[in-house]
Design a protein around this ligand. Structure first.
Ligand code: PRP
Length: 212
């Protein structure tokens, strides 16, 4: 049996549809119940609905053999997992944004509000820019508006949240998409099962023209 952690929410449902099309269906997954674990013994898969930011932890520690996590989470937490495949879904980007008209003063420490402390730290270290990280858990866009920070480091998908809050992207840090990840020892001991899933999913993605 392969244990697979899916990210709860809209992206997770699209991801599950790809697994199902690849031959690993388990229709109860979409039943809308409050249950979190679903199993299809015949197909040899057991799915869990996990908070998206927790998928990498389940996979790293072996509670799940496989999982789907955003590249943002992988870069932020650097879990010891194997990244097997870019699912080419859930595409967005990590960007720096600020109030319109913002000019960076290199003489001053830059105050950056973010949920992604490590990504922001690595990014500004690569530019040798001194920063003061302000860690928030959500509604990051409020920080520059209320003078809590100079910039934010956050995910931009459609750009609507920035636009509606009079902010604008000023630098792109990285592209993000959903990745298939595997537990390292599961990959060694269940190589053929895991590779079969990976190849079947790759086939579906290519057939749909999603691959980059
Ligand atoms: C994410 C992100 C932005 C927004 C970007 O927030 O932190 O606020 O989505 O999407 P857009 O470019 O399509 O507008 P999320 O919905 O996860 O909420 P939270 O970070 O405020 O909890």
């Amino acid at each position: 049996m392969l244990n697979i952690a899916l990210p709860k929410g809209r992206l997770g449902e699209k991801v599950y549809a790809i697994f199902a099309e690849a031959g690993y269906e388990c229709p109860a997954v979409l039943s809308g119940s409050r249950k979190l674990i679903f199993e299809n013994e015949e197909k040899g898969v057991r799915y869990f609905w996990v908070k998206p930011s927790d998928v990498a932890i389940y996979v790293e520690r072996g509670a799940a053999d496989l999982g789907v996590a955003g590249k943002d989470i992988i870069e932020e937490y650097e879990p010891d997992v194997y990244e097997l495949l870019d699912l080419c879904m859930g595409k967005c980007r990590m960007a720096v944004a600020a109030k319109k008209g913002f000019r960076d003063d290199p003489q001053r420490t830059l105050r950056a509000a973010t949920k992604f402390k490590n990504i922001a730290t690595k990014y500004y270290a690569s530019k040798s820019r001194d920063i003061d990280i302000i860690e928030l858990n959500g509604s990051i866009e409020l920080a520059p508006i209320l003078g809590l920070s100079d910039v934010i480091v956050d995910i931009v998908e459609t750009g609507t949240t920035l636009l509606e809050n009079d902010l604008q992207p000023i630098e792109d840090i990285m592209r993000i998409s959903a990745r298939l990840i595997a537990n390292q020892s599961a990959y060694r001991f269940k190589t053929s099962e895991i590779c079969a899933v990976k190849n079947a999913i790759d086939g579906v993605i290519r057939a749909k023209g999603l691959s980059s």
